[in-house]
Design a protein around this ligand. Sequence first.
Ligand code: S3P
Length: 196
Amino acid sequence: MADNVILVGFMGAGKSSVGRILAARLGRCFVETDEMITATEGKPIPEIFAEKGEAHFRGLEDQAVRLLALKRGDVIATGGGLPCREGRLDALRAIGTVVWLSGDFGALYERALRGGDRPMLSGRTREQAEALYETRKPFYSKADLTVDTTGLNPDQVAAEVLKALRGRARPPRLWPPRLWPPHPTLSHTGGEGTSS
Ligand code: S3P
């Protein structure tokens, strides 16, 4: 297992800010799939969408996912639509622990609108953006862990993610030991109230 921590979630979930904080706290490198794409294309995401369209951008995401297989121990923030294609979430889970930064749609939407030019939101009404979120949820929900970001700032979300990661890494509980064979009074067939 490549031991990466991979953040997924809708636009405005705070994947980049939380990812940076997490990477600093864990002493790991921080990688963003949108940055990888911007670097290969030599232009910002809105320009890629405007000049070559969404289908081209999704193809670039495919390449980015293939390159992620080379990463070891990094914190990786993915673009909001990246895990929402057949097989993508499984490809991410194969290289680390996938964490969904979920949240109330209204809060995500407001934050996404404030956070600059997002081609998937321009030309969409609020209702259409919410419908997009609904179609994406089934993909996000296949993540290993979910952290609800509602009402939390990036520092608090990062703390919740760390807590969830540590909880997951905890060794199996050894105490109390398994009750076997069951005590006669606990047994389903021979318990109280059964007549013979
Ligand atoms: C997209 C989200 C963006 C970026 C691109 C497409 C999407 O990333 O990858 O504009 O389809 O939701 P953020 O989630 O960081 O905004």
